[in-house]
Design a protein around this ligand. Structure first.
Ligand SMILES: O=c1ccn([C@@H]2O[C@H](COP(=O)(O)OP(=O)(O)O)[C@@H](O)[C@H]2O)c(=O)[nH]1
Ligand SMILES: O=C(O)[C@@H](COP(=O)(O)O)O[C@H]1O[C@H](CO)[C@@H](O)[C@H](O)[C@H]1O
Length: 314
């Protein structure tokens, strides 16, 4: 890593990191200056938690927040009804963008959310949060309202890990700590100051989000960060302390395919060829094992502004 890289990272860290919210919600509302705010919750089988996440945001409706939209990702449980009952507008992947056949994955629902929302600022919040903090959304939009140069604000937090064994107060963010942070150190050291690059709570300008491709699946977050740097530079990114974030922690074997997709997206963005080969996992049981393969998706969704222009021209 060059000295310059270290200085860039340190400079960026000092100027674009907020460890507290310096403004009241009323001050933020005053500073909207006609801009609108959409909050999007991607949801796949989140009936247990989606309503409480929506309910943590509905008090902001009509003031700081102009719309709350849950985009369902093909749930087979009661997610959609639960989200609607809590006060969100609920869309399916198809209803969000009827003219384009549906793909699976988190990136797809976030990409489609841009077609069914209209906010100048778009806030993404995961639907699997436990005890969601009503302060998340004001904190995420504040830097975007107050600092014109910013296009993306990532949340950061302390991340407990919940498991059958109990609570590890700092055990969360396993893919971040074991995969993404080392890869960024190796390939994009100037991003070393990003505290939670994979945070599912973040906000962006519509200008940014509709002008970049969206990576498939769980590659969406790292793709957005690297594309933001590419398009607007590192100074367009901010980060703010959201306190503590507790969410459903997937078992380790489910994080392998997530990591494989993230690696594929990251390598593609930095120009390193990926074999495209499947991740092969060995699930041990009763003295034998079964093999599980999961393939990364190397194709991105195109910038939404190009899709809407094409749809609009039909
Ligand atoms: O195909 C998918 C996978 C995930 N999600 C949603 O994206 C968020 C983050 O996903 P997940 O909790 O699986 O990731 P983790 O937080 O465990 O890394 C959650 O609200 C999921 O419901 C989704 O909408 N579609
Ligand atoms: O940060 C991480 O390592 C992963 C897994 O978190 P945990 O180890 O379950 O706390 O969670 C994030 O990664 C996903 C892929 O980018 C995001 O979609 C999730 O919102 C985020 O929770």
């Amino acid at each position: 890593m060059t000295i310059a890289g270290m200085q860039d990272s340190a400079t960026w860290l000092e100027t674009n990191t907020w460890d507290r919210l310096p403004w009241s919600v009323d001050e933020l509302i005053d500073r909207k200056d006609g801009r609108t705010v959409s909050v999007v919750l991607p949801a796949l089988d989140e009936e247990a938690t989606v309503a409480s996440v929506v309910a943590s945001i509905t008090p902001l409706l009509g003031g700081l927040v102009d719309e709350i939209v849950v985009v369902d990702s093909g749930s087979s449980d009661n997610t959609m009804a639960s989200a609607a009952a809590a006060g969100a507008r609920v869309e399916t992947r198809q209803s969000a963008l009827p003219d384009v056949p549906v793909l699976d994955g988190k990136g797809e629902v976030l990409w489609r959310s841009l077609a069914t929302t209209c906010g100048d600022l778009v806030v993404f919040v995961d639907s699997d949060l436990v005890s969601p903090d009503p302060g998340y959304v004001p904190r995420l939009v504040a830097p975007l309202l107050m600092v014109p140069e910013l296009h993306l604000v990532k949340g950061y937090y302390r991340r407990p890990l919940l498991s059958a064994a109990g609570v590890d107060p700092a055990g969360g963010g396993r893919v971040t700590e074991l995969v993404v942070r080392p890869l960024l150190a190796a390939l994009r050291p100037e991003l070393g100051a990003l505290i939670q690059p994979l945070a599912g709570e973040y906000a962006g300008t519509r200008e940014l989000l509709t002008s970049i491709p969206f990576a498939a699946g769980y590659g969406v977050e790292i793709g957005i960060i690297l594309d933001t740097v590419e398009q607007f530079g590192i100074d367009a990114i901010g980060q703010i302390d959201l306190g503590t974030r507790i969410h459903r922690n997937r078992p380790l074997h489910e994080l392998g395919p997530m990591a494989r997709q993230i690696v594929a997206t990251l390598l593609a963005r930095v120009g390193v060829e990926d074999s495209g080969s499947a991740l092969t996992q060995f699930v041990m049981a009763d003295g034998s094992h079964t093999i599980r393969r999961s393939y990364p998706v190397l194709d991105d969704r195109p910038p939404m502004r190009t899709v809407l222009a094409a749809v609009g021209s039909r």
